[in-house]
Write a protein that binds this ligand. Structure first.
Ligand code: ATP
Ligand code: MG
Length: 408
């Protein structure tokens, strides 16, 4: 289903399937306009909040009866992502549907797209789901990525160029937060890692000497209009995002400009509609290399909720509903700390000292309502806003000390 007229909040849903044309209809989906999201995690929850703020109703499809987004949505369809009945129910409720995680089956999006607006489209999501397809896309767009080789068989392990070692073996599909990745120093370790990953199709990437990591989040409308957020500087620990800092010169200006250009080319090449995050490495020699894309809002953009005049979730709503996009403006300097389950202590049973954290100036606490804290699990985030980089960093360091998060 192609993107048609804008889905204005407060309007009444049009029964697209019945093809009634324009204006309110008495079709099965008549009523307030409902926006849907595949996935009920924290990203879905923040999308739901943004959509509801603008007067939309929301529907979440997630197999978990108690998901962070399902719990705050008007409608929650508890179903597997590929269950035809669940998908039919979602399509019946919603005028337009997005996704909050890249591993949503691309087929499910294609099914929904037969009758409803779906953004981003199944094809773009399918590319983001597969590191090999993703890298082929980077090459097509002329954006350099890490040297790599596809590893699908034991013969590929033996044939992999020696200059890719030491490297990182990553499963081509279904990795996140550093899962499905093994660092390998030599070919013997590569053999072992490929066996440990059960000989799934993988990518061997050369281990690059990183100076820093950064990301660009942009939004692109169905008409091709694009807006973007300032470049985010990111610190990962054990493959998981730990800190995002956004202030002037967080990344040298020429590199930041190059990253934005590259992200735009990648979005354009996908004919992308929605919010897209592109992750980059800056190498010690000062060159920029693309790492991967996420076809959705991204953890490194959570600061936009508190430090920008529009958040990445607001833009997700706008792109999905076909509303105008205006360039977002960052009004405060921001440092974001991820709050992982580790903050609850080894037995996951202590209540973190939120009162002390909230006594810090410019502290914005977001907790996702997950019932169980586990080490490495993303439970929430804390954004510290200020009017200078120095002040934001200083309070972020105070917050990290209070919460027992490693300082940076
Ligand atoms: P995400 O949660 O972002 O989806 P992921 O599991 O897809 O993570 P990557 O982004 O591929 O993983 O890698 C996680 C982190 O590992 C990177 O942010 C970076 O710190 C490090 N890393 C990955 N690939 C390389 C590389 N080729 N050279 C050096 N470091 C790397
Ligand atoms: Mg990543």
């Amino acid at each position: 289903m192609s993107m048609g007229a804008a889905l204005l909040p407060g309007a009444h849903a049009i029964d697209v399937q019945a093809g009634t044309g324009v204006g309110p209809s008495a079709g099965p989906s008549a009523g307030p306009v409902t926006l849907g999201v595949m996935g009920g995690g924290q990203l879905g929850r923040m999308f739901v909040h943004a959509a509801q703020t603008m007067g939309y109703e929301t529907a979440v499809l997630d197999p978990d009866a108690d998901s962070p987004a399902g719990r705050v949505s008007h409608h929650h369809i508890q179903s597997a992502y590929q269950d035809p009945q669940g998908l039919a129910q979602l399509a019946a409720l919603c005028s337009a549907i997005t996704t909050e995680f890249e591993n949503v089956p691309a087929d499910a999006l294609a099914t929904l797209a037969a009758t409803r607006t779906v953004a981003p489209g199944a094809q773009a999501v399918a590319i983001a789901q597969d590191r090999l397809a993703e890298k082929a896309h980077f090459v097509r767009c002329g954006v350099p990525c890490a040297p790599f080789a596809a590893i699908a068989t034991r013969a590929d392990v033996e044939a992999a160029p020696a200059d890719l070692l030491p490297g990182i073996l990553k499963t081509a599909r279904l990795g996140y937060d550093g899962k499905g990745q093994v660092r390998v120093a030599d070919r013997a370790q590569l053999r072992q890692a490929f066996a440990d990953l059960k000989q799934q199709v993988c990518v061997l990437e050369k281990m690059l000497p990183l100076a820093l990591e950064c990301s660009v989040i942009l939004a692109r409308g169905a008409d091709g209009a694009m807006v973007d957020f300032p470049v985010q500087r990111n610190l990962h620990r054990a493959g998981i995002l730990a800190v995002t800092e956004v202030f002037e010169d967080n990344v040298p200006a020429p590199l930041a400009a190059q990253a934005v250009q590259a992200a735009r080319a990648i979005a354009q090449g996908l004919d992308y509609v929605g919010v897209l995050c592109v992750e980059f490495f800056v190498l010690q020699d000062g060159s920029l290399v693309v790492n991967e894309i996420a076809p959705r809002p991204h953890n490194s953009g959570h600061y936009t909720l508190d430090a920008c005049d529009q958040s990445q979730f607001d833009l997700q709503v706008r792109t999905l509903a076909g509303l105008p996009l205006t360039q977002p403006r960052q009004h405060s300097v921001a440092v974001m700390l991820n709050i992982l389950g580790d903050v609850w202590g080894p037995g996951s049973d202590k209540t973190p000292p939120w009162d002390a954290v909230l006594a810090l100036p410019g502290a914005h606490l977001h907790l996702y309502g997950k019932r169980e804290a586990r080490p490495g699990r993303k439970m929430g985030h804390l954004t510290l806003t200020a009017d200078s980089a120095q002040a934001a960093r200083a309070t972020a360091l105070d917050a990290a000390r209070i919460l027992g998060i490693e300082t940076f």
